[in-house]
Design a protein around this ligand. Structure first.
Ligand SMILES: [Zn+2]
Length: 358
């Protein structure tokens, strides 16, 4: 009798486990601070007050996987929340970071990490080269981080394209250059280049096709069921492909389609900016890319100039549902699509030589 009762208990306990795990999992992600929605305006000559910008934990993706992000309403480059999101996986094996925020808030980013872990900073992966994602690379390398990225990103950081005004870009801080590099394999999209088993989590660094830049990486946390999808998708402002650094609007469409294959319906997708999403939320964005690509192609095939295509106001149907829909944001998007339709320069060492528009 006793044994049977024990067996009953054991079976009952085992049956209860999946339900318990399910309930626990459902607590995540936890949004701590949502990004702002605007609209935002900044006076002419406004300078970002870096001393006022705070870096805080804005979301918890699992008990040991947190998201950090900057304050709302202060940074004109990203008014909804300053800088690019950072993710930190932490525990006895040390800290694995995704991106590093702007250089000016490096110390604050470390302090924010120190509010939840004393573990050493061990691994850093860069999703793309922009300074709101790599600006504090050198700072975190000095904390002990080994930096991983695509080879194209390393090349983009080492040899940045000239600025729009023709001035050469400033020399990089060599301490912040990635040292562990890998490449995108067009024969196997979605295949991880690097996999870490740390702190009870399995983390994949998945190199992407030229999309937001030619050096993009997405980062998958298998157990937490989370993918950091960086900036080829955005829900604040119109799409932006950094074509001079090898990006492509068509590549961003391919990137969205790869996420469709890699993510499950419940996978939380973490963009570099804007709100956290699920893959169904990418459908409207995808449809807009397809629509704009087709409409710009038609006009360019008819011999229309860039000025005429911009004047056609093709983004009008999307303005109502696109937060941060500034004129600058929509003109940049349409100009990029226009440039991709004809004589689009190839990627060489992570860069493209783009035409100058007067
Ligand atoms: Zn970004």
């Amino acid at each position: 009798m006793r044994i049977r009762a024990l067996l009953f208990w054991a079976v009952a306990a085992m049956a209860a486990i999946p339900a318990m795990v399910g309930t626990q999992g459902a607590q995540y992600p936890i949004t701590v601070i949502a990004p702002g929605t605007g609209p935002y305006t900044f006076p002419a000559g406004y300078q970002t007050p870096w001393d006022k910008i705070q870096i805080r934990v804005t979301a918890k993706m699992s008990p040991n996987l947190f998201v950090l992000h900057g304050s709302e309403g202060l940074d004109p480059a990203h008014p909804d929340a300053s800088g690019g999101r950072v993710m930190a996986l932490f525990g006895p094996d040390g800290v694995l970071m995704v991106d590093t925020e702007n250089r000016q808030v490096a110390e604050k980013t470390l302090q924010a990490i120190r509010t939840f872990t004393d573990a050493p900073i061990k691994v850093l992966v860069n999703t793309h080269l922009h300074s709101d994602h790599t600006g504090a690379n050198a700072f975190f390398a000095r904390q002990g981080a080994l930096i991983f990225s695509q080879e194209n990103l390393q090349s983009e950081l080492l040899r940045p394209p000239a600025r729009a005004n023709g001035q050469p870009a400033p020399a990089p801080d060599m301490a912040g250059i990635p040292v562990a590099i890998y490449n995108y394999n067009a024969a196997a999209p979605g295949q991880p280049a690097v996999t870490f088993n740390m702190n009870g989590e399995t983390v994949d660094f998945i190199p992407m096709m030229p999309s937001h830049t030619a050096g993009d990486t997405i980062v998958r946390f298998r157990k937490a069921n989370v993918v950091y999808i960086e900036d080829f998708y955005r829900n604040f402002g119109y799409p932006f492909a950094d074509q001079a650094n090898g990006g492509s609007i068509r590549g961003m469409l391919d990137a969205v389609d790869l996420i469709e294959k890699l993510a499950g319906p419940d996978t939380t997708l973490v963009p570099g900016h804007g709100t956290l999403v699920k893959k169904k939320d990418l459908l409207g964005y995808r449809a807009m890319l397809v629509d704009i690509l087709a409409k710009v192609k038609t006009l360019r095939d008819q011999g229309k100039s860039l000025k005429e295509v911009l004047a056609a106001n093709l983004t009008a149907p999307y303005d109502k549902t696109t937060q941060g829909d500034t004129q600058q944001s929509k003109d940049r998007f349409i100009t990029e699509v226009y440039d991709e339709m004809k004589d689009f320069p190839p990627v060489v060492d992570g860069k493209r030589t783009m035409p100058n528009h007067p």
